[in-house]
Design a protein around this ligand. Sequence first.
Ligand SMILES: Cc1cc2nc3c(=O)[nH]c(=O)nc-3n(C[C@H](O)[C@H](O)[C@H](O)COP(=O)(O)OP(=O)(O)OC[C@H]3O[C@@H](n4cnc5c(N)ncnc54)[C@H](O)[C@@H]3O)c2cc1C
Length: 347
Amino acid sequence: MEVREHLSQHERAEQLPLVTESATVTLAEAMDRNRTEEVEDAIREQLEAVDGANWLSEIHDGAEYQWEELADRLDTVDISDYRRDDISTLVDRFERAYPSLLRVRVRVDEKLNFAPGQYVTLQFHDTPRAYSLSDSPNEDELGFGIRRVPGGRLTSDLFQELEVDDQVVVRGPNGEMTLDDPSNRDMVFLATGTGAAPFKSMIDYTFEEDRDTVDGEQRDVWLFLGCGWEDDIPHREHFEDLAAERENFHFVPTLTREPLLTDWDGETDYVQQVFIKHLGDELDETELPNGFADMATEQPKTDIDERIHPENTELYACGVTAMVTTLVRAAKAVGVPEDSMQYEGFG
Ligand SMILES: Cc1cc2nc3c(=O)[nH]c(=O)nc-3n(C[C@H](O)[C@H](O)[C@H](O)COP(=O)(O)OP(=O)(O)OC[C@H]3O[C@@H](n4cnc5c(N)ncnc54)[C@H](O)[C@@H]3O)c2cc1C
């Protein structure tokens, strides 16, 4: 299976039709939070459990923590691999630059015609990169959800410098992952991280244009979104509000790391596993590949009563390419027809 990927995006970016050389930035705001103190407390608590209550203060040289020294100390105590991994995950989060998730909006002079699910190329300081359009084409401005890639050429500039009233170049639109014609099939969106961006556009448009009702029947619309931490969920409030407003929209975030910081009691498994937990019971578990069969019998942590019936589903998957490959493999294994699937990898 080949996940469509924009492998030569940098070369191709400049061949897309120019929309404008001077789109004006109207919003550049963090979607994640600075959780340094919370993370520090969590590391301290983990260390107390291995008799290292004072270690954090001891490895602080007045300016910053010497994490290599912590690793050396941990080698001297009897500690489980799980706890060692948890501490290392928390240290990574402590070191993570803030912000790492940006919501950006730009104003273009003439309304851009695009299909929900498509992307454009944004260029700032001579570096062009592809970004999915996260807002509905019914909106006047173009919206984006952008994750910082450590050391990344464009995102380093965007996160350090981008401000309201800056100008960016926009080319496009492009991309083949767009909504199928309305049908009686339910819609399932599987995303990791900023893979939610094109789905926000597609989902908003679906409800704005009443495409969730066909021949008087409502279709269920599901969004399964996998992130590490709670504040990594792009557009979280928007999706939560929509789920509260629309009884046929089901928003299922799954957070693999959040329990290290809070008492998050939602889903923590991988997106494909959480999707499988929400399937109808017509599924024959014995035919599922290893790792999926157990999930099919597990109870979801959500209070959603509806269930997904793979053969009557149109499915979209988006995120980092390796994840999308896994999501699509799972969808095929449970019987989503191949011609009812669309997916895109971000590289
Ligand atoms: C069709 C399409 C749509 C996209 N939509 C979005 C979007 O909506 N939001 C968004 O944040 N990004 C999106 N991307 C990714 C985006 O185009 C850039 O690749 C990303 O922002 C990194 O750019 P950079 O210049 O900072 O890093 P670069 O300097 O280009 O890359 C630095 C290194 O990081 C790796 N890398 C690139 N992207 C990622 C990533 N996402 N995670 C981990 N490592 C990575 C590269 O392989 C490279 O090794 C999309 C990509 C494609 C192809």
